[in-house]
Design a binder for this molecule. Structure first.
Ligand code: IPD
Length: 266
């Protein structure tokens, strides 16, 4: 794909994400009347998830009919050029009225993340990155914190029922044991953005799906984070562990999480 074709995709899809964000925000503002169901234990689904994904799929099919699409709700198959969509990441927050949720879309070319756009409309934050061109939040360049002292670090360790509680708690214990402050915010995509803009030093999760990280990993990598090789193996179809962190703490985070994170996507 030529740089001009990528430019076109970046700007067109940013427009789509802005429309999708308004749609999601409209649902958020009337969430008390929304249908909310559970896909599984602690796995939330609202009508907004389906509606936002359908909107993005319909528009992408018109604009870029040869590009493939994978979405959290509708699935899909990988291809040389594939958009990976999480219509609402942080659905449990969304359903409860917590503003920490976002619309996330990333473009992978031949398995390499190229474009990442994450919009958190209830927080009025938009993150954009393109491989090799840096990362921004609301148009301003962002970078990782640069911290080097784990004893002052704030790290986010994502949780889902896909990992046994004792395994998760052991990781949290190792983080606390070396003096880090540990949090969980309920949106993997925004958790990764928070590494990119220095609000936290690391985001890690022992299993997460491609739609939760496809956009965020370009954003974090372009902001200077070390990230793991998430898209290796069956990462797109089945998910993988994820780790991204400010480079001065990579070794400590590898020890806390057991995830190797030397690889940058750029
Ligand atoms: C979840 C969130 C959560 C992460 C889970 C994801 P969803 O995605 O990103 O923070 O820990 O692994 O499944 O269900 O809100 O789109």
């Amino acid at each position: 794909m030529t740089p001009a074709e990528l430019d076109l995709r970046q700007f067109a899809v940013l427009g789509l994400v802005q429309e999708a964000s308004q749609l999601a925000l409209d649902y958020f503002n009337k969430r008390d009347s929304l249908g909310i169901t559970m896909k599984g234990a602690q796995d939330w689904l609202t009508v907004a998830d389906g509606a936002v994904e359908e909107f993005l799929r319909e528009r992408l099919a018109v604009l870029f009919p040869d590009d493939a699409v994978i979405g959290e709700e509708g699935g899909g198959e990988a291809a040389d050029a594939v958009w990976i969509i999480d219509p609402i990441d942080g659905t449990s927050n969304f359903a409860r009225g917590d503003r920490n949720w976002c619309v996330s879309i990333g473009l992978l070319l031949n398995g390499v993340p190229e474009i990442g756009i994450i919009s958190a409309p209830a927080l009025e934050e938009v993150y954009i990155a393109r491989r090799g061109q840096g990362a921004t939040m609301n148009g301003e360049p962002i970078k990782v914190s640069g911290a080097t002292d784990i004893g002052r670090a704030y790290i986010e360790l994502g949780w889902s029922t896909r990992i046994a509680n004792e395994t998760y708690l052991a990781m949290v214990g190792r983080g606390l044991g070396v003096g880090a402050s540990v949090k969980r915010g309920g949106s993997g995509a925004l958790g990764i953005c928070h590494v990119a803009n220095g609000r936290t030093e690391a985001y890690a999760e022992l299993h997460i799906n491609a739609w939760d990280v496809a956009a965020g990993l370009v954003i974090a990598s372009e902001a200077g984070a070390d990230v793991n090789d998430f898209f290796s193996g069956e990462g797109i179809a089945e998910g993988n562990p994820v780790l991204c962190c400010t480079p001065g703490l990579t070794r400590e985070l590898e020890q806390i999480t057991g995830i190797i994170s030397r690889h940058k996507t750029n």
